[in-house]
Design a protein around this ligand. Structure first.
Ligand code: S1T
Ligand code: MG
Length: 547
């Protein structure tokens, strides 16, 4: 069969539902073939970073492959940053790039778009992906596609495929079906027994869930395990929003000194802490009061399980969860009473200026009235504000922290799920990729975007208040919204916030942009605590208070 037909077969067999992309002359044959095949819709956006963020969010929201197609060089290098973010945050993004064909490669001339060498791009992607392949040999192409796509599924990491433009129509064999993830059943059983033995002896067991629980579609099974063990569940910062659709509501999100002290105490005092799919990163643990005592920690991540100071290799999290479920019994000792879950509610509809925590209140009130919505968030105080929003599905770059994710991710999430998405984004990040909203009418989607406009890079200003380079131009983004085919709402007071959000949620078929004009220096309580914790950790003095 033809290469693109086999490739689409293999992508669809591994859960891909669409392709985001921007063509170029090296990718026109590829795009023509993908459109002719028709099984995976091709959605184009304006800039390759947005293509990467949208495909990444589609992967996160479907727990399957997200696919981006780009041209060689100018397009390929443009999507390296979202690929690095997907690698850091364990998202199975498949980057497919066109490339020069045999004739132009052998012409002796430097090829337009190329880096220092014709294979520079593939070498760069090898650094930020789990696997790469150049599909130019009909004898090996099918096996190479299977190898690379299975790596994306097994590792939940991005991968890279390069297709020379004169190879798009080559005939190749059928791509093998998805391969099972390598697993050592004996190691799984021994590991599960050891973990349960430790839990039985623990007085204060806690289960912290991280991104792999979503990537491997384990939320329902982990919820069942927590219920059977009667163990309290918390999420990591990156894992915020996990378990939202299950009957086990996490008691909160661990943010160390920047979070709810009751949650921090629950985690840091635990003598049986299970970290399932949690990235051991600074954003998840840097502001811990004390370093985690690894002798009391079980960390299941990247298909290995570390129990105190020894490691079980080839124990994928899905296999471990099933083995624990087979053996689970209620833990006998008295349990730490779960922390009552509460969120800021009841926004006063007055003429007071809006602060970040008021945005959380308004959203929580709206969720109580209309039901929760899936969310995406960008980097900045909007993400810290999300910690005060009731538990709902959330995709955000909480570890890699690359700006520009929020709006394209909201576009990708709504296209992938069919569910209207709530997007939280700061003015700085909006100036990077907010323009992608112009595609919403053509794509038939209507996200609701809350733009936290504090006229600058506030997350940097709080750490470096005297620097002269944190200010940003202040625009009337409601004019942009109307020009782009959506509706814009200027919000300065809490009454305007409540009314604009109610109007936006009641208006379908057009994207909605709430341009929230925050007072200068207003930050969320979580960011204020985070700054204080960071400064204490660095021996400095906190300089600001939350609004
Ligand atoms: N460039 C990119 C692509 N990502 C980044 N994270 C940065 C630069 C550095 C950076 C932050 S936070 C931040 C910047 C520039 C400011 C964000 O401004 P805005 O979106 O307006 O949100 P807020 O005003 O709420 O801070 C990270 C932490 O290093
Ligand atoms: Mg800002």
């Amino acid at each position: 069969m033809r290469l693109v037909e086999a490739l689409v077969d293999a992508l669809a067999a591994r859960g891909a539902g669409r392709i985001f992309g921007i063509p170029g002359d090296f990718a026109l044959p590829l795009f023509d073939a993908l459109v002719a095949d028709g099984r995976l819709p091709v959605h184009t956006l304006s800039h390759e970073p947005s293509v990467g963020f949208a495909a990444d969010a589609a992967a996160r929201y479907t727990s399957a492959l997200g696919v981006a197609a780009v041209t060689y060089g100018a397009g390929g290098f443009n999507i390296v940053n979202p690929t690095a973010g997907a690698h850091a945050e364990k998202s199975p993004l498949v980057v497919i790039s066109g490339a020069p064909g045999e004739a132009e490669s052998a012409s002796g001339l430097l090829v337009h778009h190329q880096g220092p060498r014709l294979d520079t791009q593939r070498r760069v992607f090898a650094e930020v992906t789990a696997a790469t392949a150049r599909l130019d040999d009909p004898r090996t192409a099918a096996a190479e596609i299977a190898r690379v796509l299975d790596a994306a599924v097994h590792d939940a990491r991005p991968v890279y495929l390069e297709i020379p433009r004169d190879r798009v129509d080559m005939r190749i064999g059928r791509v093998p079906p998805p391969a099972p993830v390598p697993c050592d059943p004996e190691a799984v059983a021994d590991c599960a027994e050891e973990i349960l033995g430790r839990l039985m002896r623990a007085r204060r067991p806690v289960l912290m869930v991280g991104v792999e629980v979503r990537r491997y579609r384990l939320e329902a099974r982990v919820a069942e395990l927590a219920r059977r063990l009667r163990v309290p569940v918390v999420t990591s910062f990156m894992g915020r929003g996990l378990m939202a659709g299950t009957e086990v509501v996490p008691v909160g999100t661990y943010l160390g000194l920047a979070g709810d002290p009751r949650i921090s105490k629950l985690v840091e005092d635990s003598d049986g802490l299970l970290l399932f799919g949690v990235i051991l990163s600074d954003t998840n643990f840097a502001v811990s009061a004390g370093r985690l005592d690894l002798r009391r920690v079980v960390h299941a991540f990247d298909r290995r399980v570390r129990v105190a100071h020894h490691v079980y290799p080839e124990v994928p999290l899905p296999a471990l969860v099933e083995a624990l479920l087979e053996r689970a019994r209620p833990l006998t000792d008295a349990r730490v009473p779960p922390v009552p879950v509460s969120w800021p509610r009841d926004l006063p509809a007055d003429d007071e200026p809006v602060g970040p925590v008021d945005v959380a209140r308004a959203i929580n009130d709206a969720f109580a009235r209309h039901g929760p919505m899936p969310m995406t968030a960008d980097v900045g105080d909007c993400l810290f504000t999300a910690m005060d929003i009731a538990h709902t599905e959330l995709a955000a770059p909480g570890y890699y922290a690359g700006m520009g994710f929020g709006v394209p991710a909201g576009i990708g999430a709504q296209l992938a799920t069919g569910r209207r998405t709530l997007v939280l984004v700061g003015d700085g990040a909006f100036q990077m990729t907010g323009m992608e909203l112009v595609h919403c009418p053509r794509l038939g989607i209507d996200p609701v975007v809350l733009l936290f406009d504090n006229s600058g890079w506030e997350m940097l200003r709080v750490f470096d208040p005297d620097a002269p380079f944190h200010d940003l131009a202040s625009c009337d983004w409601t004019t942009f919204a109307r020009m782009a085919g959506g509706d814009g709402h200027t919000v300065r007071t809490r009454r305007e916030l409540r009314d604009a959000l109610e109007t936006a949620l009641g208006t379908r078929g057009r994207f909605q942009l709430l341009h929230i004009r925050l007072p200068r220096g207003a930050i969320s309580p979580t960011l204020a605590r985070f700054v204080e914790a960071q400064k204490r950790a660095r021996g400095g003095r906190p300089k600001r208070r939350a609004a």
